[in-house]
Design a binder for this molecule. Structure first.
Ligand SMILES: NC(=O)c1ccc[n+]([C@@H]2O[C@H](COP(=O)([O-])OP(=O)(O)OC[C@H]3O[C@@H](n4cnc5c(N)ncnc54)[C@H](OP(=O)(O)O)[C@@H]3O)[C@@H](O)[C@H]2O)c1
Length: 315
C-alpha cells in the first residue's frame, strides 16, 4: 500500500512516500481503508523525536493517530461493523501503524460509526481532539451548569471542541485566543475571549472552577500563571503533558487540584460525540486539507501553532 513514512526522526522533510505492506489484522481489530487522516500536534512531536518517539521499535514508522474510512475486513463475521461501514477512530501510534496510509488495522473498540451528518474528511478531524476535549470537560473536569471554565488555546483542535462541550454543559466559558479568532469562538459558545497577545488573562478573570490548559508552560508560563485565577480548591487540567513537569506540586502548594490527561481510544465515547454532532450540538472546523503526499506541509502548518480547528490529510 501507499503510505507516508519516516525512516528516522527529523524535520517535516523526513516524511516521504513509500510502498509498504498492508498492516495485518490482530485479534479484535478491523481493517479500515483510509479516506482521511487527521493531523495532530502529537504527530509532529513524534516525527521530531519527541512525543511518542521513545516507543518506536522498528522503522519505517507510519504516523497518524486519527483515521476515518471504510471497513474492509470486520473483526469477525457478524461483528456490528461490517465491510462498507464508515467509521472514525484513533490509533495508538507507534504501537500500531498509523493513518497516513491507505489501510490501517485498528481495535474495534477504538472506532465508531462516523456521524451521519459529516463527511469522512470531517470525521477524521475528530477522534484525538474530541476524545481529549471530552476527557477534559466531562471525565476529569466534570463541568456542570454555572461552573466558570477557562480554556487556553480555545481556537485549536482540542480547544474549539472543549469550548462547545463546556458551553453545552452550561458553564460560563472563558477562553484565550488571538483577536482574529474572538468572534468565531463567541459563535461556538464562549462567553469571554481574552486576546493572549495583548492581555494577561489573570488581569481579566478570577474565581475559575476548572482550567483546561492546552498550552502548559511552553509559552509565557501559561500553566503556572493559571493557578492564580483558580478559586480555592479549583482544578487545573494539564493536557500537553510534557510541557510543565511540576504542575502537580505547584498546584498542591497553593491548595489547588491538578491532573494531567491523556486521550483514551474509546469507541463508545466516539459514539456519544457522533450523537452530539448529529444533534447539532457540536461542530468540527477544518482549517486546511492537504493530500497525503503533502504531509510535510501539513506538519509545517500544525507546527506553526496557529491552526484554527483542525488540519486533515486526504488519502
Ligand atoms: N495528552 C493528550 O492526550 C493530548 C491530546 C491532544 C492534544 N494534546 C496536546 O494539547 C495541545 C493542544 O492540542 P491541539 O490539537 O488543540 O493544538 P493546536 O490545534 O495546534 O492548537 C493551535 C491553537 O493554539 C492557539 N495558541 C497558540 N499559542 C497560544 C497562547 N499562548 N495562548 C492561547 N492560545 C494559543 C492558537 O490560537 P491563535 O491562532 O488564536 O493564536 C491555535 O488556534 C498540544 O500540545 C497537543 O500536543 C495532548
Amino acid at each position: 500500500m501507499r503510505a507516508m513514512v519516516i525512516e528516522q526522526t527529523g524535520g517535516p522533510e523526513a516524511l516521504r512516500v513509500a510502498a509498504i505492506p498492508r498492516p495485518k489484522q490482530a485479534i479484535g481489530e478491523l481493517i479500515v481503508k483510509v479516506t482521511a487522516a487527521g493531523v495532530n500536534p502529537i504527530d509532529a512531536k513524534t516525527r521530531a523525536g519527541r512525543g511518542a518517539a521513545g516507543l518506536i521499535e522498528a522503522w519505517p514508522v507510519v504516523l497518524g493517530v486519527d483515521v476515518a474510512g471504510v471497513v474492509e475486513t470486520p473483526a469477525y463475521d457478524t461483528h456490528p461493523l461490517q465491510p462498507g461501514d464508515e467509521v472514525f477512530g484513533i490509533i495508538t501510534v507507534p504501537r500500531a501503524s498509523g493513518s497516513y496510509a491507505e489501510y490501517v488495522a485498528v481495535p474495534s473498540t477504538a472506532v465508531a460509526r462516523k456521524p451521519q451528518t459529516l463527511s469522512l474528511t470531517h470525521a477524521a478531524a475528530l477522534p484525538c481532539a474530541a476524545l481529549t476535549a471530552w476527557g477534559a470537560v466531562v471525565d476529569v473536569g466534570k463541568v456542570k451548569r454555572g461552573d466558570r471554565v477557562l480554556i487556553h488555546a480555545g481556537a485549536g483542535g482540542v480547544g474549539h471542541l472543549a469550548v462547545q462541550l463546556a458551553h453545552h454543559a452550561g458553564a460560563h466559558v472563558i477562553t484565550t485566543a488571538s483577536q482574529r479568532n474572538a468572534d468565531w469562538l463567541m459563535e461556538l459558545g464562549a462567553d469571554q475571549v481574552i486576546d493572549y497577545a495583548s492581555t494577561r488573562f489573570e488581569e481579566e478573570t478570577h474565581g475559575i472552577d476548572v482550567v483546561i490548559d492546552l498550552i502548559g508552560n511552553v509559552k509565557d508560563d501559561t500553566g503556572s500563571r493559571s493557578l492564580s485565577v483558580l478559586r480555592p480548591g479549583g482544578l487545573i487540567i494539564n493536557v500537553p503533558t510534557a510541557s510543565w513537569p511540576t504542575y502537580r506540586d505547584e498546584a498542591e502548594a497553593l491548595g489547588m487540584r491538578a491532573s494531567n490527561l491523556r486521550a483514551i481510544p474509546d469507541g463508545s465515547t466516539l459514539d456519544a460525540i457522533a450523537a452530539m454532532i448529529d444533534a447539532g450540538d457540536l461542530r468540527v472546523h477544518i482549517d486546511r486539507e492537504f493530500p497525503l503526499e503533502e504531509a510535510a506541509d501539513a506538519h509545517r502548518a500544525i507546527e506553526s501553532g496557529h491552526t484554527r480547528g483542525k488540519i486533515v490529510l486526504t488519502v
